[in-house]
Write a protein that binds this ligand. Structure first.
Ligand SMILES: Cc1cc2nc3c(=O)[nH]c(=O)nc-3n(C[C@H](O)[C@H](O)[C@H](O)COP(=O)(O)O)c2cc1C
Length: 183
């Protein structure tokens, strides 16, 4: 299996509306593959404007926020592509689509990196951040997974949050827990 990096992908519609979504981008030599499941705004946008930004951030509120109706995160212009990047990105890669492979469920957009930049230092691993990203993935699959699996995994992930979270991780975790409770 190829390596997958969990990022916040920004794309833009024909009208210039930016869409922000957590996506696991798939390593592909020097480039990356973006593989959105249908239906997806990211997919629609890539079909009309074949550029994206892979934003690398340790602010896990953006992962949790996008899954809980909080998509309005500050943006700033990119260097080489028309799609903006997240202002909070520690680093980002600007991507141009070179090939699309159609699929009824999950089309794949092969991308080359046209520019990359670092903006802030990586501050080290935090277990609660990893737990929030895992919980966000569970929330994105609430309609697919059995309830007992969600509850068992959340109970385990919650240990790392209780032991290691800072304020941002706790806030992100609480948004996700509210969403699970209301589902
Ligand atoms: C860490 C993480 C990785 C994800 N990776 C993918 C992915 O590779 N493909 C996908 O379709 N959805 C993925 N999702 C779910 C999407 O973020 C979510 O369903 C999103 O709304 C995609 O649809 P959109 O483009 O309409 O926003 C991921 C979610 C998380 C939290």
């Amino acid at each position: 299996m190829p390596m997958i990096r969990e990022t916040i992908v920004t794309t833009m519609s024909r009208e210039g509306l930016v869409h922000i979504a957590p996506l696991g981008i798939i390593a592909d030599g020097d480039g990356w593959i973006i593989a959105p499941f249908r239906p997806s705004k990211t997919l629609e946008n890539l079909e009309v404007l074949p550029f994206a930004v892979a934003n690398h951030t340790d602010d896990v509120r953006i992962f949790a926020g996008c899954l809980t109706g909080r998509r309005d995160w500050p943006l700033t212009h990119s260097a080489q592509v028309p799609v903006p990047r997240l202002a909070a990105a520690l680093a980002h890669a600007e991507l141009a689509v070179t090939e699309m492979t159609e699929d009824a469920q999950r089309p794949r957009f092969r991308c080359r990196v046209v520019h990359r930049a670092a903006h802030a230092p990586f501050a080290g691993f935090n277990r609660a951040q990893a737990a929030v990203v895992e919980a966000a993935i569970l929330v994105s699959r609430l309609h697919l997974l059995p309830r007992h699996k969600i509850e068992t995994e959340i109970a385990y992930l919650g240990i790392a949050v209780a032991k290691t979270a800072g304020a941002a991780e706790r806030e992100a975790w609480n948004w996700l827990m509210d969403k699970i409770r209301d589902s």
